[in-house]
Design a protein around this ligand. Structure first.
Ligand SMILES: *Cc1c(COP(=O)(O)O)cnc(C)c1O
Length: 414
């Protein structure tokens, strides 16, 4: 086998089949995810293929990550060129890509700030947590987060995560985090005193099922944190980089947080996270206060620059708005008895169901050739690549009533 052949992606259906891979997965990987129902081997645009050669229209994008879809030439070219030039430097040496990317992000944010690069969303939030502690004045000894929030799985990020089932087995965390109901500004006001170091909030709660706060909530969070002198950390890990039809969700709300965390869509599938400190939060870390061997590495930075350039040059913000509205309208127009509504904006939609059978919908959709995500027992999440076309959205909408019918009759209980 030549080196070229060794690195050619496996053609769909020519390697081990799904059932075999599932068996080996179960024996070799920790059971943190259960055994996934599909084994994916290839992608092109918004389409992916499983190990048995079946094609799917991907409306999940690896959890709002593959913003340019799969095998986008801009991403392939940028990553291939960078890995062939210089794959890694560590933080002992700077490289041009991290400088370009930091400047680019600050430009998109329209903010005076500084960037720290990490490898994931969790790590971006860990950086934010340490930054909040670093920037806090004396006597500020607790943080505030929101019920049902998801901020990540490491100890610091998990301490801020408001989902008891994933949080409680692993405490105590050594950081005092108080939870208030998401979207409730008065509860937040009562919780944020001059002893509060910072407040972590998502602009819309992604893992909770695309749960939007009442209009004006982010502006209230800004007002409350400013009045108390606490940091306002906005977790845009899922919402950022065009997902909502804006570069960042907070821009639509007209607020400027103190710290913004990014990951998921930023690298278009390559692992990268970022913690952006605005104003004095940009310079609160001193030399040696934080670090990451891989964070913002040349390959990941090249990927992120390609993602940003492509969103820009291909008009993908406008496409997210337009195709997202088309999807949302089309889902509502099914008037199916299982559909209780549509939440979210842009290409980031939650479909609440009238019965808790999102898992059945996910399965029926896959059987029909569409990937959707049962984000909660009663909510289906759609977060397709930002490159999804009108025709692809329409193909899903045409199939949706049949998918919902199948799910509704396929057992009923999850
Ligand atoms: C996914 C997510 C995280 C965690 O990101 P990882 O890359 O999985 O560590 C944190 N916050 C939000 C809002 C997320 O959606």
């Amino acid at each position: 086998m030549t080196a070229q052949q060794a690195h050619t992606p496996q053609a769909a259906g020519t390697g081990p089949r799904t059932a075999e891979l599932q068996g080996r997965f179960g024996a070799a990987l920790m059971p943190t995810y259960g055994t996934p129902p599909l084994a994916l081997v290839r992608g092109q645009g918004c389409r992916v293929w499983d190990a048995d050669g079946r094609a799917y229209l991907d409306l999940v994008a690896g959890i709002a990550v593959s913003s340019l879809g799969h095998a986008h030439p801009a991403l392939v070219d940028a990553v291939s060129a960078q890995v062939a030039t210089l794959a890694h430097t560590s933080n002992l040496y700077l490289h041009p890509g991290e400088v370009d990317l930091a400047e680019r992000l600050l430009g998109l944010l329209g903010a005076d700030g500084r960037v720290f690069f990490a490898n994931s969303g969790t790590e971006a939030n860990e950086a934010a947590l340490k930054l909040v502690k670093r920037a806090a004045g004396p006597g500020r000894d607790y943080l505030v987060s929101t019920s049902d929030a998801f901020h990540g799985r490491t100890s610091g990020a998990l301490a801020l995560t408001g989902k008891p089932a994933i949080r409680e087995p692993f405490g105590p965390f050594g950081v005092d985090v108080r939870f208030v109901p998401y979207g409730d500004a008065e509860a937040l006001r009562a919780a944020v005193t001059e002893r509060c170091a910072g407040v972590f909030v998502e602009p819309t709660q992604g893992e909770a099922g695309i749960v939007e706060p009442p209009a004006g909530y982010l502006a209230q969070v800004r007002e409350i944190t400013s009045a108390a002198g606490a940091a306002f950390v906005l977790d845009e890990i899922q919402s950022g980089l065009g997902r909502t039809g804006h570069w960042f969700a907070h821009q639509a709300a007209g607020v400027v947080p103190d710290i913004i965390t990014l990951a998921k869509g930023l690298g278009g599938g390559l692992p990268i996270g970022a913690c952006v400190g605005i104003g004095r939060y940009g310079t609160a870390f001193g030399t040696g206060d934080h670090g990451s061997t891989f964070g913002g590495n040349p390959v990941a930075a090249a990927a992120a620059l390609a993602v940003i350039d492509t969103i820009d040059t291909d008009g993908l913000l406008a496409r997210a708005t337009e195709v997202g509205a088309r999807l949302a309208d089309g889902i509502r127009a099914t008037a199916h008895p299982l559909v209780a509504g549509v939440r979210g904006s842009g290409l980031w939609l939650g479909v609440p169901l009238t019965r808790p059978i999102a898992a059945q919908v996910q399965r029926a959709a896959a059987d029909a050739g569409f990937l959707v995500n049962a984000v909660a027992p009663g909510t289906v999440r759609l977060a397709p690549p930002l490159v999804i076309t009108r025709a692809e959205a329409d193909a899903f909408l045409a199939a949706l009533p049949g998918i919902l019918d199948t799910a509704a009759t396929s057992g009923g209980t999850p």
